[in-house]
Write a protein that binds this ligand. Structure first.
Ligand code: FES
Length: 92
């Protein structure tokens, strides 16, 4: 049997910076093997609250419309457009 555990962390991010920077600043585990270039498709997140940028052309190419429609985004390409944004890491 397994249980669900939610771990939350909060930090500040300079305007215009991608969510990946906040995740790195918090030392949270994320696979960023292409170093934030939007090519490896490993830094998956879902945006739970707040406004962020529309999917970039790198995300559309890397993830495809089906995954974007399911709410998946790339942390290295997502830039908050609100003061408060909540994301969840997708850990596989
Ligand atoms: S770090 Fe590779 S796609 Fe985001």
């Amino acid at each position: 049997m397994s249980v669900n555990v939610k771990v939350a962390a909060k930090t500040k991010l300079k305007e215009g910076k991608p969510v990946l920077k906040a995740i790195r600043d918090l030392d949270m585990p994320i696979n960023d093997s292409c170093d934030g270039k939007g090519k490896c498709g490993k830094c998956l997140i879902t945006v739970k609250a707040g406004k962020v940028n529309e999917p970039t052309k790198e995300e559309i190419k890397c993830l495809g419309q089906e995954k974007l429609d399911k709410g998946l985004r790339l942390a290295c390409m997502v830039v908050p457009e609100d003061e408060d944004v909540t994301v969840e890491l997708v850990i596989k």
